[in-house]
Design a protein around this ligand. Sequence first.
Ligand code: FES
Length: 103
Amino acid sequence: MHRIEIENTRQTYLCAAENDLLRGMERLGGKGIPAGCRGGGCGICKVQILTGSWRCGKMSTAVLTPEERRRGIVLACRCYPESGLVLKVIGKMKYRLEKFSDG
Ligand code: FES
C-alpha cells in the first residue's frame, strides 16, 4: 500500500500498487469525485503528480498532451502508484473535490 496525499484538500488515502489512483480517491467517499469514463478517455480525472513515482496505462492524447505528461500530469484512472505520492487535482474534478471536502 502506498500513501497518497491530495495537496488541494490535504486528504490522504492508501492505494495498492495494482489499483489506479482514481479508485482510491473514490473510496474516500468524497461527493466531489465525479463519475468519468474510467478508461483514460475523458480527462475529467486529471491530476499532477508533485512527488513520488508511478506508472501509467494507456491515456488518450486527445485529453492529455505530451507536454502535460512531461510535467507529471496524468489521468488518475490510468495511473498506478509505485511509491507514496503527493498529487494535485487539476482537472474538472478540482472544483467539486474542493467544494465537497471537509478539509
Ligand atoms: S475518468 Fe475519464 S479519463 Fe479518467
